[in-house]
Write a new protein. Structure first.
Length: 92
């Protein structure tokens, strides 16, 4: 592919078609820039996907931790109620 473009470039220069050569060169630059922009966009999408995946994992861990904490609190509340009832029975 590179040889193909090199031949076009050499033919245009040898035929003294500088205007066509500049158009060709600008077209080639535009293609390279478009390729770079596409690559950057794909990279950005991939980074966003990775960040979203990390975010989801963190949210799941937080949810598990909150559920565990809530269950521990409910157990402690139940234990306190039991202790209060036992103390009342002892006092009566």
């Amino acid at each position: 592919m590179i040889k193909f473009f090199r031949k076009i470039r050499q033919n245009l220069l040898m035929e003294n078609k500088i205007g066509k050569y500049f158009k060709y060169a600008i077209g080639e630059i535009v293609l390279v820039v478009i390729g770079i922009l596409i690559a950057l966009q794909i990279n950005n999408w991939n980074e966003q996907r990775k960040e979203h995946s990390k975010e989801q994992a963190l949210l799941k861990r937080l949810e598990k931790e909150f559920i565990s904490n809530r269950n521990q609190l409910l157990d402690k509340i139940e234990l306190r109620h039991t202790l209060i009832e036992n103390c009342r029975q002892l006092l009566d």
